[in-house]
Write a protein that binds this ligand. Sequence first.
Ligand SMILES: Cc1cc2nc3c(=O)[nH]c(=O)nc-3n(C[C@H](O)[C@H](O)[C@H](O)COP(=O)(O)O)c2cc1C
Length: 154
Amino acid sequence: MKNALVVYYSRTGHSRLIARETARKLKADLDEIKTHVRYKGFIGFYRACLHAITKKEPVIEYNRYPGKYDLVIIVGPNWGSRMASPIQTYLSKHKLGNKKIGAICVQGSSGGEKIIALMEKKIRRKMIHLIINQRDIKDKSYVHRINEFLKKVK
Ligand SMILES: Cc1cc2nc3c(=O)[nH]c(=O)nc-3n(C[C@H](O)[C@H](O)[C@H](O)COP(=O)(O)O)c2cc1C
């Protein structure tokens, strides 16, 4: 599909894997959301918990402006039943309500449906979505699940 963007944030690499596979299959542009806030490591994990609970929206950087795309797919990890804080910033910065939007939530095992509901509330529209659990990555079923998701998105 032309004119599609896959944008992601990843703390430990799972969402990056999923975003890359999605963009490759869709022949979409790929963009990473970055932040200078340190979420890596042991202390970073607790900072991520705190920021998820307090709804903090860290300053972020990325390269591509989503406004020029027809389809935007957002990929990010579940942090305490909310999308990771850098994704929250992204959603606050960009009113994506007039676009076709897809969301992929990457998580350990639970809370994804709640996240999708919160995202839909925030952008005020329904989204085609996919929830990937860590076991889907382990057994490689994510590849098939992304294919099925993309049939709905295209
Ligand atoms: C602060 C924090 C909170 C998390 N909360 C949840 C959770 O509520 N449910 C869940 O299934 N996984 C949770 N996880 C696990 C991540 O969603 C999971 O490890 C995901 O694959 C990480 O993706 P990434 O490698 O792209 O960062 C949490 C991780 C962090 C860092």
